[in-house]
Design a protein around this ligand. Structure first.
Ligand code: C2E
Ligand code: MG
Ligand code: MG
Ligand code: MG
Length: 275
């Protein structure tokens, strides 16, 4: 079919590709300005204790309100930012904004709420990362043990030795470290074993299968929870949406959970009163 249409279909494809690249270039330029124009903000999602249902921590998730396109998902703009130094700029914005907001909410409500922030692989290569985390803690007074940094598996497998070194430097500041979206990358437990991690977050694709009768999810999550516990890691289930999933997670001994069932990402002030 495509062959029969000949040149026309190639032209059509070129137009589509060109439009996509142009949109990406425009968005990248817009994102550069977004930081200064106050279009970025942070939504926080509760992380709860599976046993008690109480909120232990919140994960900061970046939000971009574009002046003409409206809300743009981080799934779209984070990869764009990762293609340049921009990820370091907005990553730094995240660190400083989230530590300031959560430190101030902790004081205001007198609660021991922890904060988790996502780091991109590229930020691990940035020599200013560790000093920047230290500065954010000093400036806001957030205790280091109240901050957890999340890294995806792919960030660790690319250059495991270099990544491990940065993780050790972060750990020596007193912050905690988590591996995000576990199960979607290529890392094996054997690789994680050597890293100074505290927490493992099970990817939402496995959690979604927990209440489906003919899925392998229960067996997979059982394996992850047991192995993680043997490695002294705290386990968090991501994307928990139903009561049934929570019941299974409780039975499997998963420590903490996060998802729409417990709460959607919201502006900092809307987290209160905490559950
Ligand atoms: P993530 O770190 O794995 O964050 C969890 C994502 O799952 C969030 O999407 C969250 O809104 C969504 N989620 C939470 N509960 C549920 C649920 O019950 N069901 C479903 N279907 N989804 C749920 P979001 O906010 O769109 O962020 C997507 C990804 O973008 C994040 O995945 C993270 O990888 C990245 N991201 C967000 N903010 C930042 C940031 O500040 N820095 C970096 N490097 N990446 C970020
Ligand atoms: Mg995360
Ligand atoms: Mg995740
Ligand atoms: Mg994810």
């Amino acid at each position: 079919e495509a062959k029969k249409r000949g040149r026309g279909s190639y032209e059509f494809f070129d137009v589509e590709l060109r439009e996509r690249i142009q949109r990406e270039l425009r968005l990248e330029q817009d994102l550069r300005e977004a930081v200064l124009a106050d279009q970025l903000w942070v939504a926080y999602q509760p992380v709860v204790d599976v046993e008690t249902g109480r909120t232990i921590a919140v994960e900061g998730l970046m939000r971009w309100e574009h002046p003409t396109h409206g809300a743009i998902s981080p799934v779209e703009f984070i990869p764009l930012a990762e293609e340049s130094d921009l990820i370091n700029v907005i990553g730094d914005f995240m660190l400083h904004t989230t530590t300031a907001e959560i430190a101030s909410q902790r004081r205001l409500h007198d609660v021991d709420l922890r904060l988790t922030v996502n780091l991109s692989a590229k930020q691990l290569d940035d020599p200013t990362l560790v000093p920047s985390v230290r500065k954010a803690l000093e400036r806001t007074g957030l205790p280091p043990e109240a901050l957890c940094l999340e890294i995806t598996e792919s960030a660790l497998v690319r250059e495991p030795e270099a990544a491990a070194q940065v993780l050790r430097a972060l750990r020596s500041l007193g912050v905690r470290l988590a591996i995000d979206d576990f199960g979607t990358g290529y890392s094996a437990f054997a690789q994680l074993w050597r890293l100074p991690l505290d927490t493992l977050k099970i990817d939402q694709s496995f959690v979604a299968g927990l209440d489906k009768p003919d899925s392998d999810a229960v067996a997979i999550v059982t394996g992850i929870v047991n192995t993680a516990h043997a490695m002294k890691l705290t386990v968090i289930a991501e994307g928990t949406e139903t009561e049934q999933q929570v019941a299974v997670l409780k039975e499997l001994g998963c420590d903490q959970a996060q998802g729409y069932y417990f709460g959607r990402p919201v502006p900092a002030w809307r987290l209160f009163p905490l559950r």
